[in-house]
Ligand binder design. Sequence first.
Ligand code: HEC
Length: 138
Amino acid sequence: MRSFLLFLIACTLFSCTNQNTKQQTIIDPNDSSEMALMMRDMFFKLNDIKSKIQSGQDISYEQLRFSVIHETEATDNSFFNNGLTLMSNAFEQKVIDFNNYPSVQNYTEIVNNCISCHQGMCPGPLQRIDNLILEKKR
Ligand code: HEC
């Protein structure tokens, strides 16, 4: 069970790089790119906002400050294509919308944007990003 979990984690961590034609091995998984670190930071920040939403706290003062995705350094240069810049600009706009009006709706828009870029560019972390989707009220 434990090794299976480790296997899953390894798949998730490396799936972005594996889909590229030139096979690259990450020797030290802790030596993450600036972009990967920023992604993790975004995940934690949004996860925090999600908990606040779900426990009924006020999120109207939340502000998000993330670096522009396509200006950070990535694990693999092949990530840098027109698609990335377009998606990154669209993402930026969602963050601005949220900062102007921090709401559940705008939170959901950001998470949907994470998902759409990842579906096209880097499916590995999708399962993890799914955790940011708000559970339906029962
Ligand atoms: C514009 C496209 C794009 C958007 C939008 C985007 N990502 Fe990413 N994400 C990437 C790419 C490309 C990588 C791979 C970065 C690398 O390996 O250098 C990545 C990597 C990740 C990783 C793995 C980092 C690691 O530990 O290696 C996580 C987690 C992640 N993103 C979460 C998110 C979350 C959460 C959001 C929304 C807040 C988001 N992403 C929005 C493109 C995007």
